[in-house]
Design a protein around this ligand. Sequence first.
Ligand code: SAM
Length: 216
Amino acid sequence: MKMLESSPSRYDRGIAILTLGKINKIYDRLIENIEENDHVLDIGCGTGMLSIRAVLKEATVVGIDINPQMLEIARKRAEEKECQSNLELLEMGVAELDKFENSSFDKILSGLCLSELSEDELNFTLKESKRILKTKGLFILGDENRPQSILKRMINFLLRTPLVIITYILTQTSTSALKDIELKLQLSGYEMISVRKNFLGNFIEIVAKNAKEDEL
Ligand SMILES: C[S@@+](CC[C@H](N)C(=O)[O-])C[C@H]1O[C@@H](n2cnc3c(N)ncnc32)[C@H](O)[C@@H]1O
């Protein structure tokens, strides 16, 4: 969905088409893992779809994103919902995660952002997330996923290609998918709490715990 960055106002429509209208339900489900008074980091917060949900659950949220236009929309939405006081929006990339102190956050959220990162950025993000999350803190992720079986990959390609073309025509946005994200999280020191994939395996929801070294 990289081209979204140049057209943030089209973002929500693009996501709605690509997920066949399921994104709100998915994000509501991810946010069930957020509790009152949690201190939360939202990586690639975009227009604030996850951040604002978390703030409305009485969490304090830091949303980071490299795109100032997306952040501006998030800021306006938070003001409309009168919840801006518990939301800090920072224009920064994942490469700057090393600015946060050790064990700063109870939970880390990321919706549809990790799939936009380069391999190096993703590895760095997983390593730094573990450092800045409290022990037993949760990494909560929803993103596009590359199905493991070749058959599902072929069906996915056939079904998704028309959708991707329609989305591109309507919104000029494109899409990519995560590969082996469960394994990458485990290798980075996370313990899987729950993994949910849709039928085709092309969207993944993960809740992973920052395990203590001796629990791995
Ligand atoms: C597809 S949007 C998802 C936005 C939001 N999380 C949501 O679910 O609606 C991906 C977001 O990740 C941001 N992003 C991409 N690369 C990034 C990076 N290196 N560091 C921080 N944010 C990044 C983009 O600017 C964009 O707002």
